[in-house]
Design a protein around this ligand. Structure first.
Ligand SMILES: [Zn+2]
Length: 416
């Protein structure tokens, strides 16, 4: 009896505090976990509006104080090269963005540290710092040069989306859904990857750059999965079964990416998460077709000016209403159901999206995902996998494949 008494006393406390208990458990797990976000458009936001990332509100979705609150260990800053620079200084734009990221990191040595590897990320966690990594967004950034690709790797770039919303000279894109007139067929230039595109993927494997299929067409995903000697991933895409955007992945794609050891990193844009938002966005954009046509007729010899004017129309659309953040966890669970608990992670697209969900407005809110996963009954190891361990396993495999190819000479393919 004597032994039982403390238990009896504790019972009313336990019964009264399940919610607090969950919050406390979530906070501990989140604090201890490595939290990776594979896509944040911080450089683009800073290019538009320069700010000190140590100051709260530096960009819409990121700064050091909020990253600390969110328990963020390792964001990948996107080295985004707009399609308008394809064949017009794309590599230079990428170089400028890389320089900017390096300057931002160097200016805050107490909080930020450059990172190039799984080891660097784990070390940053131990040292209580935020590991900043880089991924190129838009394969046109290499200006069709494998030498430039290798140089970008030397500068610290660790992944590249094979395209952005434009098809380039060697890979097809899923296109720009957010244009007034969206014709997926018009992006089918190579029916996937060209021969040179396959060489790009193989060279990425050799140097140890992760192959990213976010933004590419379905045919390009097929070809990338076939050509790649390492697993491939999607740095910021969600599930097409739940939100029918061409930018999202089909169940079959999710299954094949997962089966190869890759990961699907969930994009948190409301329109990427919810079919109602997809339909509403399409209807709003369709209504701009007429005015967009008028602009094109107005600038028949200046497509760039026309694009700028059409973009103003799109930006003037009323803001898309956000969906509840629990939808993010619906997508995480969908990937788990389709490809298993090892195939999913987070690629928020913060600072690249106008419509983060309610409750996940910026990086400071990331712990809510942990809390919701626990609330839905996911185990602590499963939660840690989603937050970062799945991605780290995938990244480690890419590093391993690169080491195994060390004897291979640099590829000399050129675009014909
Ligand atoms: Zn993107």
């Amino acid at each position: 009896m004597k032994k039982l008494r403390p238990l009896v006393l504790a019972l009313p406390l336990l019964a009264a505090a399940p919610a607090d208990d969950l919050a406390a458990r979530a906070a501990r797990i989140h604090r201890e976990a490595i939290v990776v976000d594979t896509h944040e458009d911080v450089p683009d936001a800073l290019a538009e509006k320069p700010a000190d990332v140590a100051v709260r509100g530096a960009t819409k979705h990121f700064d050091i104080p909020r990253a600390r609150e969110g328990g963020l260990t390792a964001p990948f800053f996107a080295v985004y090269v707009p399609a308008s620079h394809a064949d017009g200084g794309a590599a230079r734009v990428a170089l400028d963005r890389i320089d900017m990221v390096q300057n931002v990191v160097a200016a805050h040595p107490a909080d930020l540290t450059p990172a190039l590897s799984v080891t660097d990320i784990r070390r940053a966690k131990r040292e209580g710092k935020i590991a900043v990594l880089m991924g190129i967004e838009g394969g046109h950034a290499i200006d069709d040069s494998l030498g430039a690709l290798r140089d970008f790797h030397r500068l610290g770039v660790r992944y590249m989306t094979l395209t952005h919303t434009n098809s380039n000279h060697w890979a097809d894109s899923s296109g720009n859904f957010f244009a007034p007139r969206f014709e997926p067929g018009s992006y089918r230039v190579h029916h996937g990857l060209s021969g040179f595109g396959r060489a790009v993927v193989r060279e990425m494997n050799r140097v140890g750059m992760m192959v990213d299929v976010s933004h590419v067409s379905d045919e390009t995903i097929d070809d990338a999965l076939e050509a790649s000697r390492a697993p491939v991933f999607a740095s910021h895409s969600s599930c097409r079964a739940l939100a029918g955007l061409p930018r999202n992945l089909t169940d079959d794609q999710i299954r094949r990416i997962g089966a190869g050891g890759g990961v699907v990193m969930i994009n948190v844009s409301s329109v990427f998460l919810d079919q109602g938002r997809v339909d509403a966005a399409r209807a709003a954009l369709d209504a701009l077709q007429e005015p967009a046509e008028r602009i094109r007729r107005q600038y028949p010899d200046d497509p760039k000016r026309a694009a700028v004017e059409i973009n103003k129309l799109i930006e003037a659309l009323p803001p898309r209403p956000s969906v509840p953040f629990t939808k993010v966890v619906d997508h995480i669970e969908h990937v788990m159901k389709v490809a298993g608990p090892d195939a999913v992670g987070l690629g928020t697209d913060f600072d690249g999206i106008p419509d983060p969900p309610a409750g996940l407005e910026d990086v400071s809110k990331l712990p809510r995902i942990t809390e919701e996963l626990l609330r839905r009954g996911h185990s602590e190891p499963e939660v840690r996998k989603v937050l970062g361990e799945n991605f780290l396993r995938f990244f480690a495999r890419v590093e391993e494949v690169s080491r195994s190819l060390a004897a291979e000479a640099p590829a000399t393919d050129v675009l014909k």
